[in-house]
Design a protein. Structure first.
Length: 331
């Protein structure tokens, strides 16, 4: 067995060229190839006709996807694998294509990582995303949260809690599943106004419009209104610098009743900041895309919570995909 701590020429080159496969997957999702295959008559000619695309280009793409084992090929016909049918066909309830497209929209910035490293500044400016990028980001977050929230809502005891703040909650996935698991709980999703259409649509799909409301809120510039006994902050601290994070935690804490609980969910570094791998690399994603964002260590988040007046701060026994974790504290 190869020691993953040892680098060889082959492994170095595999990592160096891995974006080729990533871009192949991105293109398959962007062109909705997997859904087109499900329509039947899945030859390259037929699929190219549906897409209005060049036959040669579509054929080369289909063969590459087949080589990646994302689709299968028999004669001149292509078919989805169980994996692609489940996760890459738009009609599937487990579709993750939005997250794939979010990754696609980050490629240009990542290609200029050296510039960000030299200057310490992002190469991608905030506010530059169009509707498609915003949809990919929000629904990508929904894709990822849907893989976590149903399980997590059964692990976290909110019995007796009545009002939850889902700060920066985007489409409201966590608020939805916390409410589904706790019949007496109501929730507010507080996020930028651009998130509202996605949130209200998603909340309505789960039949929870009477228990979850959306409040437009720029929590960096505005106070957070309302009184809650639970505050849930999922994947919002990493987009900001330390001072801004401290301010966010303070503002959220001020909405809590005495005895209220705050939970912070994020990609959490160890206290030497050199692992786990994903949070460490994710800090580079924040470098190229934000002014001051980064992954934070367990101790750094605990300190933010303590300064805000929270007590009994502890790490929950949960590890999500990509080394996400949860710190909890009581007011």
């Amino acid at each position: 067995m190869t020691d993953m701590n040892e680098w060889s020429v082959g492994r170095l080159l595999n990592v160096s060229g891995s974006y080729w496969q990533a871009c192949t997957l991105h293109t398959g999702v962007k062109l909705d190839i997997f859904s087109r295959i499900e329509e039947g008559d899945a030859t390259a000619d037929a699929i190219a006709g549906r897409l209005g695309s060049d036959v040669r280009g579509v054929t080369v793409l289909l063969n590459a996807l087949a080589a990646m084992k994302l689709i299968s090929k028999t004669g001149d016909r292509y078919a989805n694998t169980p994996t692609s049918r489940t996760f890459l066909v738009k009609e599937s309830h487990q579709y993750i294509g939005y997250m794939v497209m979010h990754h696609h929209h980050l490629v240009e910035a990542w290609a200029r990582l050296d510039q960000s490293v030299r200057t310490g500044r992002p190469v991608r400016r905030r506010g530059s995303a169009d509707h498609e990028e915003r949809e990919s980001f929000l629904m990508g977050m929904f894709n990822m949260a849907m893989g976590i929230a149903p399980r997590l809502s059964g692990m976290i005891d909110l019995q007796g809690r009545r009002r939850l703040l889902d700060l920066g909650g985007g489409p409201g996935t966590y608020a939805i599943h916390f409410c589904l698991a706790n019949s007496d709980l109501k929730a507010t999703v507080a996020d930028l106004p651009t998130s509202r259409p996605f949130a209200e649509k998603t909340i309505a799909q789960f039949g929870l419009s009477d228990r979850i409301d959306f409040v437009p809120c720029n929590y960096l510039e505005e106070d957070i209104n309302g009184v809650y006994d639970v505050a849930w902050l999922s994947h919002i601290l990493h987009g900001e610098g330390p001072d801004q994070c401290g301010m966010i935690v303070n503002k959220a804490t001020r909405t809590l009743e005495p005895g209220g609980v705050m939970m912070i969910h994020d990609f959490i570094l160890n206290d030497t900041s050199d692992g786990p791998l994903f949070p460490a690399v994710f800090s580079l994603n924040m470098l190229v895309n934000t002014d001051l964002g980064r992954s934070y260590t367990d101790s750094q988040i605990r300190e933010m919570m303590s300064r805000a007046g929270l007590k009994h701060i502890h790490r929950l026994p949960f590890e999500g995909p990509n080394a996400s974790g949860i710190l909890s504290g009581i007011l």
